[in-house]
Structures are given as C-alpha cells and as structure tokens.
Design a protein around this ligand. Sequence first.
Ligand SMILES: [Zn+2]
Length: 168
Amino acid sequence: MTEPTVCVECGRPPPKASKLNKKGVCVLCAFRHAREAAEQLRAHSGPYYEKWKQAMQAKIGRLERVLENYVILETGIPARLHFTDHTIQARTVTDPLTGAPTKRNVLVFEVDRVGVREVTAKYSIMAEKHAGQFAPYLPDKSYKNYDFVITKTGEGFRTSWSLQVIPR
Ligand SMILES: [Zn+2]
C-alpha cells in the first residue's frame, strides 16, 4: 500500500519535517480544524460543537442526565427527583404511527434536585400513564413534600415507569 503524499483537504504535500495524519490531513489543516473547533465550542454552534455535544452526552449516558435543562431517564437506572412546580403544556408532536402532527398535553415539572445534585431543570412527561402517577399530587402541588425515585423500564410502547415515593 502506498502512502498518500498530499493532504486530502488542501491537496498540498505536508510541510517539511511533518507527515499527514491518519486521516491524510496535513498539520496546517489539522491546526485550522483545532482552531475552528475551539471557536465553535466557545460559540456553542457548528458541526464540531454538535459532535462534541454528542460525545459528551454519550459519555455521561449511564448517569442521570440533565441535557439542555431536561432530565433524561436512563432505562433501568433509578433517578431520585424533587419537583418544585409544574405546568401542563400543549405541544404539537409527530404521531409515531401516522407521521401526522398531533396535539398532546405534556406534564412538565420544575426539578431542583437530581440525586444529590442541585439542578435547575425540567422533567417533561408525555406518556399519559406516567403523568397519571403524579395526578394525586398535582392539585395542591404536594409533590413538593416528596422525593420521587423513578425507574424507567422497557422501550417504545412498552415503556413503563415505577415510582417510589419518599417523604422529605
Ligand atoms: Zn492540508
């Protein structure tokens, strides 16, 4: 196998005393990438930032996650949440069967604690059977007096949530 001799990006041979990297990119282009990546991370936008964000999300995937200020439960991993307030919001979502836009009510809790961590986040509940588990606590917002340990099991239509209610 012959080594490529010019950079796959700029088409020039690598500068003296340097080699193309494994991806066939010269040091000048690699530096430019690094600078662009740093700029995008600072600006919170761009393809490098998106890639970085995905990598970060995958890395912390096994813990209770707070992404974009939303608590995301991992299947099979209990998360202990405390709620301070709630709203019921109408959202337009895509029906997974028909692909048609459809209106759904979403129960959204304000979360100030996930496990031992203080957070400012939301826990958004679209599934009626999961929202129903909190119905007794909604009228007087008595959920404030409890921690809820929520364990999600199953996937898709078979998803269910077990709830352990712990007085504070
Ligand atoms: Zn190059």
